[in-house]
Design a protein around this ligand. Structure first.
Ligand SMILES: *Cc1c(COP(=O)(O)O)cnc(C)c1O
Length: 496
């Protein structure tokens, strides 16, 4: 590396024999490759050496970087040094055992190694022939995952980057399934479409409707019951009302594990309504789906065998590095009809093969299946089950601590690994409680040992502990609780 640097700075780069066109020497790749793998191994053993939530202020990282790219080659040792010096302080550590905000996207060592190999191969799996193994491993690894989830063999899988895109694809397929020429004409001269989901559905459902031109006014947010599950009676009424008004109800999205509280919509009853009204049923199990690999939690996907499509994210709670979203459908022919548009130069005559470019808006696709295959094999079904089971058990422990503490209250049931709760000392009004809980959250997150997020339930600022990190253990979940208790005590200015 040193010689490159010298050559560059003398301005005679083109003439230097040690700086030929092409990639850096294999020798250097090997040296830095080993160095980086060592760095990663160290990091994965001790992510808790860093504050879980990055402590930088907006613009701080950008200001520490040059305004433009270097004209001359820089040694990788310099790049690595700046990675540690400039980039690392701006990292929020999703690998940290104290990361309990949102839903974790928890990777794992086997997943990282699979990702490394995928980057090295750098294939574009748009067609079967552009890398047969990429296409075939995608089909096989998703079929393994399908079996773990207990979905029928008729459900075939496709990998997209995120659940948001999986759901967009589902909504496009649902529109295609109406049999009306929305694909050709847009909405001109056709009935306006109505899509249904619960008011707790993920924003990606609405974004999909926006992207596809269905419009926000085509999305009906159905109210929920006391446990935050879609009210199926109201769903029926909304469909009838839309039909009477000349709209075309075409799709319903049921959520198995909502983002705020992980509530599970009554999928069997929703499937019944979908069947009666000829609606496409899409199940959003982006986070919750992982729990269905446990026999005792399989109920969360009960009724999903009647769905037209389903999404779950191995990158959320199945230890696969982001991004990898698994989409399943017994009607991939409809997905194909919604998206296939093959220019002459991509016609292959390969016969009965699946060309994944025909199943979504994008042409090029990464070899994501490789990392999923590594994860499924390196942990095995039982290894995955025991980790998910632990997380659910820890969430149960946390919920019990909340329930037993007089100054705290739980705000939602805990079917999976997320607990919704708040501090609720006596004699404080709702407004004061909201402010108090915001201050508790800020205090805990500032300290940097755990990172929690919030939601709002029935107007109440709600704290949320989401357990899903592969490194979160009982000690860390206990630490989160102790930090919260200490933060409340500090807020109330009484000794702990
Ligand atoms: C996280 C989440 C999504 C969005 O997932 P992305 O992969 O980030 O797009 C959608 N639905 C639910 C229920 C989620 O929890």
């Amino acid at each position: 590396m040193g010689t490159h640097h010298t050559a560059a700075s003398t301005g005679k780069r083109a003439a230097m024999p040690d700086n030929p066109p092409g990639d850096i020497p294999g020798e250097e790749f090997r040296r830095y490759g080993h160095e980086i793998v060592d760095w990663i191994a160290e990091y994965l053993q001790h992510p808790e050496d860093y504050p879980v939530l990055s402590q930088v202020t907006p613009g701080e990282i950008a200001r520490a970087l040059p305004d433009g790219p270097p004209a001359d080659p820089e040694p990788l040792s310099d790049v690595l040094a700046d990675f540690e010096r400039v980039i690392m302080p701006g990292i929020t550590h999703w690998n940290h055992p104290g990361f309990m905000a949102y839903f974790g996207v928890t990777g794992s060592a086997p997943g990282i190694l699979g990702e490394l190999l995928a980057a090295a191969l750098n294939v574009n799996g748009m067609l079967w022939r552009t890398s047969p193994a990429a296409s075939e491993l995608e089909a096989v690894s998703l079929d393994w995952l399908r079996q773990l989830l207990g979905l029928p063999p008729s459900f075939e899988g496709i990998i997209y980057d995120t659940a948001s895109i999986s759901t967009l694809v589902a909504v496009a397929a649902a529109r295609e399934a109406t049999g009306l020429p929305y694909r050709e004409q847009g909405s001109a001269g056709l009935p306006p479409l109505s899509l249904y989901c619960s008011e707790h559905a993920h924003s990606s459902v609405e974004k999909g409707a926006i992207t596809l031109g269905i419009g926000q006014q085509g999305v009906r947010a159905i109210p929920v019951d006391e446990a935050f599950r879609m009210d199926v009676g109201v769903l029926r009424e909304a469909i009838d009302k839309d039909r009477a008004a000349g709209r075309l109800p075409f799709c319903v999205v049921a959520t198995a594990g909502t983002t705020s509280t992980t509530s599970v919509d009554p999928i069997p009853a929703i499937a019944e309504v979908a069947a009666e009204n000829n609606l496409w049923l899409h199940v959003d199990a982006a986070y919750g789906g992982a729990a269905a690999i446990l026999p005792e939690k399989r109920w969360i996907l009960e009724g999903a065998e009647r769905a037209d499509s389903l999404v779950m994210n191995p990158h959320k709670w199945l230890f696969t590095p982001i991004d990898l979203s698994a989409f399943f459908s017994p009607r991939l022919d409809t997905v194909h009809a919604a998206f296939s548009l093959v220019p002459e130069y991509l016609r292959t005559g390969d016969g009965e093969v699946r060309n994944y470019m025909d199943y979504g808006p994008q042409l090029g696709r990464r070899f994501r299946a490789l990392k999923l295959w590594f994860v499924l094999r390196a942990f095995g079904a039982d290894g995955l089950r025991s980790r998910i089971r632990d997380h659910i058990r820890l969430a149960g422990d946390f919920a019990a601590w909340v329930d037993a503490a007089p100054d705290w209250e739980r705000l939602a049931p805990v079917p999976l690994s997320v607990v919704c709760f708040r501090a609720a000392p006596a004699r404080m009004n709702e407004e004061a409680l909201n402010a108090l809980n915001q201050r508790i959250l800020d205090r805990v997150n500032q300290a940097g040992r755990v990172f929690l997020s919030h939601t709002r339930l029935r107007g109440m600022l709600t704290l949320r502990v989401a357990i899903g990190n592969i490194r979160s253990d009982r000690a860390y979940v206990r630490l989160a609780w102790e930090e919260l208790v200490a933060a409340l005590a500090a807020e109330l200015s009484v000794p702990v």
